[in-house]
Design a protein around this ligand. Structure first.
Ligand code: CA
Length: 580
């Protein structure tokens, strides 16, 4: 069946939902549905590369038990005049399942999503892209350098935002043609991702805002330079203070902090729902002298690696650890929670909320010296070697001669060099907002990898840049109409926290669909407790900047607390340019 924008397409449109998958899942239907060359400037589709194969009753998406019937499509395009080659793939639900939606899933670490089937459960077409560097098989950090000193800028821009934006633009045109919809018809377009997937989502609404109706972004790994160098900060703090705490001592400090700060939110449930109150009221020095004990162990560490290649799990043997929390140990923990400052005492970056795990500060046991020694997380180390020093190395070998000022320099170099690619903090979202886009942004409050305050700072940047002349209350109201931010009490990085049995949101897409398609604006975010005493409890999370305060063991209110909000408010005078 050969379709065009003429009569045969109209005929199919009239019976689109009655068409079978076999009717539409053909090379010729996909070819005729491609955007004509010239309509998407700079993109030349190559129709001869189209493949289309029906897939029946296959499982799809992450952890879903449902099965789906869909059309698996691949097609290649090139950038006009460039001679490159980008493979994109799409999963089109069978016509009777299609709900006029397009869905883009985020990846993680240095990877874009390679799975196009994430939208099937929502009746949405989904897509994925090779980004021109075979992103289906390569992690971007593996290709960022052609060789020492030479950055692959094409891969950098494609990973940063361009590949997903183009995949979406092409995909929306293709979707309408595939199902025989009018070219003016609406295809509701959604983005969902966490961690770098959160950053990728922010990149889309910053750069392709008019393409998206709804974006769900969790714990975005944006403000890339500061964020990645921050992963080196814990090791630098230990070196600067000349103390390498046994991991058990750091763990004791974290657990004692959780125990002390848990009740400050009004309910003793093992969760610090108010890390701000913990920061304002609790003094870590009160932990000095408490005993810690950890048995000898052989452990496999997954870490919070950012790189597909560099974060491979490692097995290590640690001896029995026992002792009392030292003043030095507390000093290290406090320095890490305080965040990086330069030698003049000017703040360069924020840090994890107090009570978050201090995984980046974990030392390693050296059998030869019988000492705990520095371990540099490859998440940060690889960023410095490859993106700052431009050396094809997977990690820094040491921090010799590295001071806090060095870290600030690295951050500044990375921010400037990748300002319009990886940094991903453009605070003017007007194209997204003015075309009706909705943004649901969330962040685990005790995230030990990407500080939750990092998200708060961006929210504040957007608010101040987009509403400079409105009063505080007016700008809050305007912003909440399309951009809502939620801290998730106790949660870790893009998931629950084994140290704090708190709630986690599971229905974000349904919330977003209701907001976009049915105009049901959320005011709270649905989350469920998945472990501990309150397992199964539903918590309607407070929309930032209100904060939860438990009134009983079953009820909390969302309160305005000026001192708390101020504790989340930062400026970064160590840099001369604004940091959004
Ligand atoms: Ca609590």
């Amino acid at each position: 069946m050969r379709l065009s924008w003429g009569a045969s397409a109209a005929a199919l449109a009239a019976s689109a939902s009655a068409a079978s998958l076999a009717d539409v899942c053909t090379v010729s239907n996909v070819q005729s549905a491609l955007p004509s060359n010239g309509t998407l400037l700079g993109i030349n589709m190559i129709p001869s590369t189209v493949t289309a194969s029906p897939v029946y009753n296959a499982s799809a998406g992450m952890g879903s038990t449902e099965t789906y019937t869909y059309c698996n499509v691949t097609v290649t395009y090139e950038h006009t005049g460039k001679g490159d080659s980008v493979v994109i793939k799409y999963a089109f639900p069978k016509p009777s399942d299609f709900k006029k939606r397009f869905y883009v899933a985020g990846g993680g670490g240095f990877s874009l999503s390679s799975d196009a089937t994430g939208g099937l459960e929502y009746g949405a077409v989904g897509g994925a892209t090779s980004a021109g560097y075979d992103a289906f098989n390569n992690s971007y950090d593996e290709v960022v350098l052609y060789g020492n000193g030479t950055i692959n800028w094409d891969a950098t821009y494609m990973f940063a935002y361009q590949a997903l934006g183009e995949m979406t633009k092409i995909g929306k045109v293709l979707t309408k043609g595939f199902y025989g919809m009018a070219s003016s018809a609406k295809v509701y377009t959604y983005y969902e991702g966490c961690s770098d997937g959160g950053r990728e989502g922010m990149s889309q609404i910053q750069r392709y805002g008019e393409e998206y109706d709804g974006a769900i972004t969790g714990a975005p790994a944006f403000r890339f330079a500061q964020q990645q160098v921050h992963h080196v900060f814990s090791a630098a703090a230990e070196q600067t203070l000349d103390y390498y705490p046994p991991p058990c001592e750091l763990a004791k400090i974290v657990n004692a902090t959780i125990a002390a700060c848990d009740p400050l939110d009004g309910r003793t449930d093992g969760v610090i729902s108010r890390t701000d109150l913990c920061k304002l009221k609790f003094n870590l020095t009160s932990i000095i002298g408490e005993e810690y004990y950890c048995a000898a162990a052989t452990s496999t560490s997954l870490g919070f690696g950012f790189s597909k290649r560099a974060d491979g799990s490692s097995t290590s043997t640690t001896p029995e650890q026992s002792g009392k929390v030292t003043a030095k140990g507390v000093q290290v923990a406090q320095a890490i929670y305080d965040g990086l400052h330069n030698s003049k005492g000017e703040r360069a970056y924020l840090s994890w909320q107090v009570g978050s795990e201090l995984s980046d500060g974990d030392t390693t046991w050296n059998n030869a010296t019988s000492k705990w020694e520095m371990s540099i997380p490859s998440t940060g180390g690889e960023y410095v070697t490859k993106f700052i020093q431009l050396l094809d190395l997977d990690n820094l070998s040491d921090l010799d001669n590295v001071t806090y000022d060095t870290l600030v320099d690295w951050m500044n170099t990375g921010m400037v060099r990748y300002m319009d690619s990886l940094q991903t903090t453009l605070p003017d979202l007007t194209p997204f907002q003015s075309s009706g886009g909705k943004l649901l942004h969330y962040h685990g409050e005790s995230d030990p990898s990407i500080p939750s305050a990092s998200s708060v700072h961006y929210w504040q940047s957007v608010r101040s840049i987009m509403y400079p002349h409105l009063s505080s209350q007016e700008s809050l109201k305007e912003l909440a109409d399309w951009y809502q931010f939620y801290l998730v009490p106790g949660a870790a990085h893009c998931g629950t926290n084994k140290l704090q049995p708190g709630p986690y949101p599971e229905n974000n897409m349904q919330t977003m669909i209701d907001w976009v398609e049915n105009d049901v604006k959320p005011s709270r975010l649905n989350a469920t407790v998945s472990s501990g005493t309150y397992e199964g409890e539903t918590q309607m999370l407070c929309q930032w900047p209100t904060r939860p305060l438990w009134k009983s063991n079953s009820t909390f209110q969302c309160v305005d607390d000026k001192a708390s909000i101020e504790s989340w408010t930062y400026s970064f005078p160590a840099f001369k340019v604004p940091v959004y």
